[in-house]
Design a protein around this ligand. Structure first.
Ligand code: SF4
Ligand code: SF4
Ligand code: FES
Length: 249
């Protein structure tokens, strides 16, 4: 839909037609008209609706620059970080559909409950188990070592949940630890400063762990940080198999 720009301005201003999820799991989409702007992000659209049209709209964001991981939503059917997703890239015929992330309980509108996502990081033993004390010297890890490079590949995860929302195995099997927690486990399994490698491999070797992954690659295609959880999970599959053969699990 187009409206006339003011006299003297050459362009016409587009209006985006935006369907936004309202309510909890049993909610429905509500339509809003939002003026289109240059370099507008999907988060800008949601913020406009909340500030100008309906202050009761619930959503979550913090940094607006792709660092905190809190702004992920489903945009035209695909999970994305909304602060770094330009409307021009995703709008179809001036239309957007914005919903909460899949595979997580909806609290209200666009805000999902992330507890089970992070609980699974804990189940996958996603915390460093240090072997050094504060009195020890800094650990020196060679940047070109194989383990360091394997850890580096997954270390920039911002915990946005995009991969988790894109994973069909999580949908079928809610117990499945999911790509982000397993990616974190693989990062720590390669961390030379960590002292809980075998416990971590045990934690991810069960039915809900790395062997449940069907290698669909959706997580890797969607991760906004260009992390490849599928490769991390493949690493865990190999490492757990080797540990099992050695009788360590
Ligand atoms: S590769 Fe594995 S973790 Fe990633 S989306 Fe597919 S099934 Fe899920
Ligand atoms: S692996 Fe990527 S998509 Fe998944 S939580 Fe981390 S940054 Fe987000
Ligand atoms: S608001 Fe922080 S990553 Fe989008």
């Amino acid at each position: 839909m187009k409206i006339d720009a003011s006299v003297g301005e050459a362009a016409t201003m587009s209006i985006l037609s935006v369907d936004v999820w309202r309510g909890g799991e049993d909610g429905r989409y509500q339509r809003f008209d939002v003026p289109r702007e240059a370099s507008q992000t999907v988060l800008d659209v949601v913020t406009y609706i909340q500030r100008q049209l309906d202050p009761t709209l619930a959503y979550r964001f913090a940094c607006r620059v792709g660092m905190c991981g809190s702004c992920a939503m489903t945009v035209n059917g695909v999970a994305r970080w909304t602060c770094r997703t330009h409307v021009a890239k995703v709008a179809r015929d001036d239309r957007l559909e914005i919903g909460p992330l899949r595979n997580l309980p909806v609290i209200k509108d666009l805000a999902t409950d992330m507890r089970e996502f992070f609980d699974k990081w804990a189940r996958a033993k996603g915390q460093l188990a240090p072997t050094a004390t504060r009195r020890d010297d800094f650990a020196r890890v060679r940047p070109d070592s194989r383990a360091r490079q394997a850890a580096d590949a997954g270390i920039e995860c911002i915990g946005c949940g995009v991969c988790y929302a894109s994973c069909d195995v999580v949908s079928w099997n809610p117990d499945y630890l999911g790509p982000a927690a397993l990616n974190r486990a693989w990062t720590l399994a390669n961390d030379q400063r960590d002292g809980a490698r075998i416990e971590r491999l045990r934690a991810v070797a069960g039915d809900a762990g790395c062997h449940a992954c069907h290698t669909h690659l959706s997580c890797t295609e969607r991760c906004p940080m260009q992390i490849a959880p599928t490769a991390s999970i493949a690493g865990l599959k190999r490492a757990t198999a080797v540990a099992a053969l050695k009788g360590e699990l």
